[in-house]
Write a protein that binds this ligand. Structure first.
Ligand code: G6P
Length: 611
């Protein structure tokens, strides 16, 4: 939600910043802007809509600067417009700031600043920071001190980068709640919301902590708390490569990421089975915490969006396998409803980005309530990963398409591994563990075999691309998959779709069934199969069009459904890893046929760092 890049060094910052912010466009694409300092004067240029328009504008200006900041916006306060686009500048046009987050007390601050004579040009919360820094700079003439003093007055979340033409050799960044990474190159430094824009320049980074500020020149950087206490930072190496964040010949990142799943699922398992006994799972991130993990008698899973769907599958699996009660909560509800959580509770926070504001706040709340928090994140060093007591990384590589695909299957894989791991700690090991491990190892090839049948999904998409409503139905482990299939379609093709447990259809939604209502059934041969067939008959009897996802070899399904897409057989628990693949492809194909912007769907952003 909003992307930030900053640069200071010896090269022209402008092309570096523009290329960098393009890599963060998945965080927001309502408007974009850039600021730099040339001959001791600040310049600032903005455009609405995607970064390409800013690039076009800037390319005609022949700008040259060794310091600059750039931003891509996902609107919170104020509509997407040039005035509301970042960077925001102070009254004198010396200070420019880019911001990700929300200043909650901006109204109050704005009133005070206006009464002091500051004139505002936008409706944004961010602009108060530009004027506040100006106010303190006017008093002390010290840029770093001015930023620090300004931040002390702010309530809310921020990741910021600021420059000041009166101290043109300094780039200042700070963080509270929204991520900021400082990257260290050779005689040059970068700041960014995440590592995507910087890995083509350097792999050495430090992650700022909450209430921490970095003051950067081209010769070095210092970090201090907002209260001016020096901090010492560990330089970490980013493991992602540049080719991981390229489209690699695919039309969209989403399609690339769907096709990466045989490898990303494998990577979630890689090195996580014991060499001596392959039925045993080892999870490095949990080492040393075995006693704690063995003892819980209650688990609460918190997450948002697709990650929440993965959590539901986790609930079914953990309860079936470990017989430990699990609740799955939307993080946004959990954090505001005084949940029952104590030192006996294990809270599992699932988040691809590790930055989702509600999930992060849920983690903090759980810790305040003395729960132990296990993070399941993809982005290494992300806020949720660092805030958790311990965790499991997905190793799925960067996920850039706004609609999550490979992270979902990796999250489910990680939850299987976690279940097996805890089962072993509790001596709940049976022959079934080994069967599960065997079946899990076969999944990457099975996913690859499904992906080879993309053309079948394309034909289905062609038939149903004009439908305005869809139902997705599944039972047991595939009820969350029905939810996920419907979410994918909504997100990227803007078709109204509802997912639900198949049997619930009778309690209302069946009234919607007509010949114009495609119903996607996950009707694989699992424990719920016979019941699912009954539900298919109910839909067919009312003229609804049935698209079934069935198990290979189940020829009789063809007589009951209008269309069948077959997936390979696996054990019930693992079926979501296969059944979700055709649903991802169906949403993708329909969105492309409807000429929707698949990687940047309207109104959405990849990482929701506001409440
Ligand atoms: C946004 C994204 C979804 C994602 C959700 C949770 O809404 O568009 O694709 O599932 O956030 O994100 P997280 O990074 O916490 O998994």
């Amino acid at each position: 939600m909003c992307g930030i890049v900053g640069y200071i060094g010896n090269r022209n910052a402008v092309p570096i910043l523009i290329e960098g912010i393009k890599r963060l466009e998945y965080r927001g694409y309502d408007s974009a802007g850039i600021a730099g300092i040339s001959n001791n004067n600040l310049f600032c240029h903005k455009s609405v809509s995607k970064v390409v328009f800013l690039e076009e504008k800037v390319s005609k200006l022949d700008l040259d600067t060794n310091i600059g900041i750039v931003h891509t916006r996902w609107a919170t306060h104020g509509e997407p417009s040039i005035d509301n686009a970042h960077p925001h500048v102070d009254c004198k046009g010396d200070i420019a700031i880019v911001h990700n987050g929300i200043i909650e007390n901006y109204d109050l601050l704005k009133t005070h600043l206006e009464s002091d004579g500051h004139v505002f040009a936008s409706e944004t919360d961010t602009e108060v920071l530009a004027h506040l820094i100006e106010k303190f700079f006017d008093i002390d003439g010290d840029f770093e001190l001015a930023v620090r003093n300004a931040l002390k007055h702010v309530v809310g979340a921020y990741g910021i980068a600021v420059i000041n033409s009166k101290e043109p050799d300094k780039l200042i960044a700070a963080k509270n709640g929204s991520p900021i990474v400082v990257a260290i190159g050779k005689d040059e430094y970068f700041v960014a919301s995440d590592v995507a824009p910087i890995i083509e320049h350097t792999k050495d980074v430090v992650y700022l902590d909450d209430n921490e500020m970095a003051t950067i020149t081209k010769d070095g950087y210092t970090t201090k708390t907002i209260d001016n206490v020096p901090t010492s930072k560990k330089v970490e190496e980013v493991m992602w490569d540049i080719d991981m964040i390229e489209r690699d010949g695919y039309d969209h990142f989403m399609l690339k990421e769907i096709h990466e799943q045989p490898v990303s699922i494998l990577n979630a398992m890689r090195g996580r089975f014991d060499h001596g006994n392959e039925c045993l799972v080892k999870l490095g991130g949990l080492e040393g915490h075995e006693d704690v993990l063995a003892k819980f008698n209650r688990i609460v899973i918190i997450a948002c969006g697709t990650s929440w769907h993965a959590g539901l599958i986790g609930e079914y699996m953990i309860e079936a396998f470990l017989r430990t009660p699990v609740e799955v909560e939307y993080a946004s509800e959990f954090r505001y409803r005084n949940p029952v959580v104590d030192s006996e509770t294990l809270v599992i926070a699932i988040s691809q980005s590790g930055e989702t504001a509600d999930t992060l706040a849920g983690v903090k709340l759980a810790k305040e309530m003395h729960a132990t928090v296990l993070g399941v994140c993809n982005v290494v060093g992300s806020s949720i990963a660092r805030e958790s007591d311990f965790g499991i990384y997905l190793h799925a590589g960067p996920e850039i398409g706004v609609a999550s695909t490979k992270a979902f299957t990796s999250q489910i894989t990680a939850l299987y591994l976690l279940t097996l791991y805890i089962a072993n700690l509790r001596n709940v090991t049976t022959l079934f563990n080994c069967n599960l491990v065997e079946a899990l190892k076969a999944i990457p090839d099975q996913v690859a075999s499904i992906l080879k049948k993309e053309n079948e999904i394309e034909a289905l998409a062609e038939l149903y691309k004009s439908s305005e409503n869809f139902l997705y139905l599944g039972r047991g482990y595939n009820y969350p998959v029905a939810l996920e299939g419907a979410l994918k379609l909504k997100e990227i093709s803007y078709i109204h779709a509802e997912g639900m447990p198949a049997a619930e259809m009778k309690h209302g939604p069946i009234a919607l069934i007509t010949k114009d209502m495609p119903v996607v059934f996950i009707a694989i041969q699992d424990a719920a199969y016979q019941k699912a067939l009954g539900n298919i008959r109910e839909v067919a009897a009312r003229g609804g069009k049935v698209i079934a996802i069935g198990t290979e070899g189940d020829d009789s399904l063809k007589e009951k459904a209008d269309h069948v897409f077959y997936i390979p057989k696996t054990i019930d628990m693992l079926t979501p890893l296969l059944s979700v693949i055709p649903l991802q492809l169906l949403a993708y194909k329909i969105a492309v046929m409807r000429e929707c912007d698949v990687d940047m769907p309207r109104n959405l952003a990849k990482s929701v760092t506001v409440e």
